[in-house]
Design a protein around this ligand. Structure first.
Ligand SMILES: C[S@@+](CC[C@H](N)C(=O)[O-])C[C@H]1O[C@@H](n2cnc3c(N)ncnc32)[C@H](O)[C@@H]1O
Length: 250
């Protein structure tokens, strides 16, 4: 049993936006699964699986003879992944609450591991990567999707800056460990993969625009599903939180 986690609060919001998340990340997800060489019969670890959107794609690729172990630190969001997999009739999906920094899967001999938009939240990403490598068989593949740097994510930069100001937090480096763009500094992720003992390392910058009719729709998405910004504003009184979200809409 894991303790409550801040992402629990965003679980329903993330799950209810699955359609827009799916189209936002479709191309990048496909590239991630292809890079990990996931195919029929593969045994795959899905780290920080969230509500399991990419888990369902993996399950489709591995088929009934394969296996997907979907893990996440938030029991609340992983319960939604489990429910989504059951609803889709996918027996090959198993879920397990686990911190990516303490996977405890050494020697599992898995064929592949993936992580879609989760690794940057690890304060000690090298520990997480060492754990991933230990879970893979020799020749196993790992592929992950992380946010790149601030120049490619102006919307996130603006929203974080507004939230920090309203929350009375001092400006900080965009690459602060454990935050949205922590692995976005050019070369940083490749360096960590190398340090964890991975070989045949390749990084690819991909564009993944988020298509919604208005900026207000995007703010509404982040307000219910964007845990890092939700957590920043959470200590404020309701009216002050509202002011911050309203300022982000313009
Ligand atoms: C942006 S969501 C991505 C969810 C899913 N992979 C997707 O793309 O739809 C980030 C996820 O990372 C999980 N997470 C954050 N820190 C984690 C950690 N240390 N270990 C495992 N999961 C973590 C959160 O609970 C959340 O489900």
């Amino acid at each position: 049993m894991m303790a409550a986690h801040p992402w629990d609060e965003a679980a329903q919001g993330w799950n209810s936006h699955v359609a827009v998340i799916r189209s936002w990340l479709a191309e990048a997800t496909e590239a991630m699964l292809t890079a990990a060489r996931i195919g029929p019969g593969s045994r795959v670890l899905d780290i920080a699986a969230g509500a399991g959107d990419q888990t369902l794609d993996i399950a489709g690729r591995v088929g009934p003879q394969g296996h997907v172990l979907a893990t996440d630190i938030s029991a609340a969001i992983l319960a939604l992944a489990d429910a989504n997999a059951r609803a889709a009739g996918l027996q090959q999906v198993e879920t397990r609450v686990a911190d990516a920094e303490a996977l405890g899967l050494g020697g599992a001999g898995l064929d592949a591991a993936v992580c879609r938009l989760g690794l940057m939240f690890c304060r000690a990403p090298l520990s997480a990567l060492a754990g991933v490598r230990a879970a893979l068989r020799p020749g196993g593949r790992f592929s992950a999707l992380v946010f790149s740097g601030p120049q490619h994510n102006p919307c996130l930069v603006t929203m974080m800056a507004v939230a920090r100001r309203h929350a009375g937090l001092a400006p900080t480096s965009p690459f602060e460990p454990g935050t949205l763009m922590s692995l976005g500094e050019p070369g940083r992720f490749e360096h960590l993969l190398d340090a964890a003992g991975f070989v045949d390392i390749e990084a690819q910058l991909m564009s993944a625009p988020f298509h919604l009719p208005t900026s207000a729709d995007y703010v509404a998405f982040v307000r219910s599903a964007g845990s890092p910004i939700m957590q920043m504003l959470a200590p404020l009184p309701a009216a002050a939180q509202r002011d911050a979200w309203n300022e982000m809409r313009v």
